[in-house]
Design a protein around this ligand. Sequence first.
Ligand SMILES: [Zn+2]
Ligand SMILES: [Zn+2]
Length: 355
Amino acid sequence: MKNPYETLGVAKNASADEIKKAYRKLARRYHPDKNPGDAAAEERFKEVQNAYDLLSEPEKREQYDRFGSANGRGPGPGGGGGFNWSTTEGVDFGDLTDLFGGMFGRFGGGGRPSPAERGNDVEVQVNLSFEDALEGAEVKIPVRLEVACHTCHGSGAKPGTAPKVCPQCGGRGVIAESQGFFALSQPCPRCRGNGTIIEEPCPTCRGAGRERRTKRYTVKIPAGVKDGSRIRLKGKGEAGWNGGPAGDLYVVTRVEPSKTFTRRGDDLLVDVHVPFTDAALGTTAKVPTPDGGQVSVKIPSGSEDGKLLRVRGKGAPHLKGSGRGDLIARVKIDVPKKLSKKERELLEQLKEART
Ligand SMILES: [Zn+2]
Ligand SMILES: [Zn+2]
């Protein structure tokens, strides 16, 4: 095995932080996603990974410093190759997954134990009244999802025990079978490619490391959400695999329509009924506001049916930034279905006057 200090380019007395920094820099440089098809870079990447695997664990580092090798307590029977880069224990997979946008899983010449993977995103719907959508609300949402088992914290091993490196494949997750000139790699049947086996499974999850649970989240719905708005709760989705980060939870809002208001973006449309005489002569109408109050709106004389009158800043709150949309009063002209004798006489006179 190469000198891990030289591999990472750090001094022998480098701090954990310096080691981590050097590792990240090199891992970025040699990552297979950045060097597709470059076998030398892939080799370097593995060396860097191995070196970090060793130096990031105080015990392994001490062992190396003392004996110049960490093989004394290597990964177990058959694992003579020192440190397998893919031993997830102690390896900073989470950070790398972030750096490379979760593409870590694509690395490789095949068959390595499953790399860290992000958990699934989960989507839930929440029903809101029209008012709650405007004012914001705090809602409790039950979400059924797969999370790390609460007994074994995701390891799958019975508490007090730990998963062991697979003795059949030495933690590689693959076994090679040579057939004539060819060597065929196959997923290890013993550990099913995981590289580790669980001798005493956790009684709760039977070794899966995961369980389905109903989590109850309290979610703050911001004022101004619309029907179909999506609120992202980072890391509240399903548990990741092999130390990967959890997925996200998306809360999709379903907003009940209002009898009074129609939403148009952040503007609210409301119909104002005005007798035809008032529309002709001009008037002031009371228009309901979404907070339950009223505003007076001047209807100019000669207003036609459907005329829009804008009241600034009385609409729905802007979801982003401050302020609100407008309240838009739409004039609806009421024509009487029945006329009194007096009304009829006056209208007849009006008609005559206009012809
Ligand atoms: Zn468990
Ligand atoms: Zn195996």
